[in-house]
Ligand binder design. Structure first.
Ligand SMILES: Cc1ncc(COP(=O)(O)O)c(C=O)c1O
Length: 431
């Protein structure tokens, strides 16, 4: 057998890697769905919906019990009162994305947060009205930007500038994005790009893009749906103006879970910024003076972008999730992720006669957990074969299968099983 990355490509080696890895025990903190034959499935869909942390149920039940026991008094009393519940995530949420406490708030869902943040950070004025985004972008981002621009009385066809891969290439080149920013120059109002591309798994050079955007006089924000809990972010130090992410992917916080929003502290402390406001963004000391105080006094932090009192039941699973991230730390999570995804790639690319190729960039800083695999021939049928074999992954037409070994609960053995399956079905079987 040929060695793969210096390792025997056999099952015993994969199991040995799991035994030797200090973070393997994290898997026990999660419920792993079973396949049709009752065995743990190869769950490679953390890029879409992360698995349930076992403690999520405890925290959801705690809210139900407190509501049952205390009714409205649960807002101020009990183990985790609801009035300041969102503050439970102030520090853990900030650590997750390289922000400072006060720069992050958990609220709403992702597209809603992007609209709220664009209200503040997209300030078209005179010739400066363009928004630069990536192609392909997640559809919700496109609809968000198109409708946002229209709501300001502008024409999306004139305002939106798309930057995509070069002909024949799958991923974007950072130089092309920087050049597009320079080209827009004084016409550029805002850059809004996915920090990790949803389709290819490519990690963007967020520091360089932010720097170039600022030099052009624009504000810069990122959709971090595929980045939060996946790659190392330093939003504060990169001086990113705004960002938002969902918590149902790598953050494992339940379907449609509460989203995160980030605002750099230089803006978060600025009470004069234009924004859409609601009572939960108001100074908590005067929030309940109701009709006695009709002047909005924003909290001098990202909390000021909150509109409504948050859905506590929906927030409860996020406690379980962020406790795990905090216990392990993003650096260790990322290190394990690089080992797992690197092993999966090496194993997949060692299969003889393979009729698929990985389009996700290979260098560490350019990818997260996800590998996007283009399959030759009938990719829809190929994906059915993969699913029938007990793999939970996803398919993006016309031909991309996305697999994400997530460091919190996937194993080297999952990666080995998947590579064997791909080799068997879409390659020449081993001699
Ligand atoms: C990159 C990206 N942006 C936006 C969204 C939309 O998120 P939401 O439904 O929470 O608004 C998703 C959802 O998967 C996504 O992957």
């Amino acid at each position: 057998m040929t060695l793969v990355n210096g390792l025997q490509p056999d099952e015993a080696t994969a199991r040995g890697l799991d035994e030797a890895d200090g973070l393997s025990s994290l898997r026990e903190e999660f419920s792993i769905p079973l396949d049709d034959s009752g065995h743990p499935s190869i769950y490679f869909c953390g890029n879409s919906l992360g698995l349930q942390p076992r403690r999520a149920r405890t925290y959801v039940e705690e809210v139900l019990d407190e509501w049952d026991r205390r009714g409205v008094h649960g807002h101020q009393n009990g183990p985790a009162p609801w009035f300041p519940y969102h503050e439970l995530f102030r520090e853990t949420g900030a650590r997750l994305v390289g922000a400072r406490p006060g720069e992050v708030v958990m609220m709403n869902s992702l597209t809603v947060n992007l609209h709220l943040l664009l209200t503040t950070f997209y300030r078209p004025e005179g010739r400066r009205r363009k928004i630069l985004m990536e192609s392909p972008a997640f559809p919700s981002d496109i609809y968000c930007l198109q409708s946002h621009v229209t709501s300001r009385g502008l024409d999306p066809d004139e305002v939106l500038v798309m930057c995509g891969p070069r002909p024949g290439e799958d991923c974007l080149q950072t130089d092309d994005i920087l050049e597009a920013i320079d080209r827009c120059g004084p016409e550029l109002a805002t850059v809004m790009i996915g920090g990790v591309n949803f389709l290819t798994g490519q990690v963007m050079d967020m520091a360089a893009i932010t720097d170039a955007g600022h030099r052009a006089g624009a504000t810069v924000g990122f959709d971090l749906a595929h980045a939060a809990g996946n790659v190392i972010l330093n939003l504060h130090d990169w001086e990113v103006d705004f960002g938002a992410w969902c918590s149902y992917k790598y953050l494992n916080a339940s379907p449609g879970a509460i989203s995160g929003a980030y605002v750099h502290e230089q803006h978060a402390r600025n009470r004069d910024l234009p924004r859409l406001a609601g009572w939960w963004g108001n100074d908590p000391d005067t929030r309940f003076r109701m009709h006695l105080e009709d002047r909005f006094v924003p909290v001098p932090s990202a909390d000021a972008w909150q509109l409504s009192n948050p859905p506590i039941l929906a927030m409860a699973p996020l406690r379980a999730s962020l406790e795990l991230f905090d216990r392990v730390g993003m650096d260790a999570v990322r290190e394990r992720s690089l080992r797992l995804t690197g092993y999966l790639r090496a194993m997949l690319e060692s299969r003889p006669g393979r009729r698929y190729r990985i389009i996700t960039p290979e260098t560490d800083e350019d990818h997260g957990c996800q590998l996007s695999i283009v399959i030759d021939g009938d990719a829809t049928d190929a994906f059915r074969t993969i699913e029938d074999a007990g793999v939970v992954a996803d398919f993006r037409p016309p031909n991309v299968v996305r697999v994400a070994p997530t460091p919190m609960y996937n194993t080297f053995h999952d990666c080995w099983r998947f590579a064997m399956l791909m080799g068997d079905r879409f390659g020449t079987p081993d001699a």
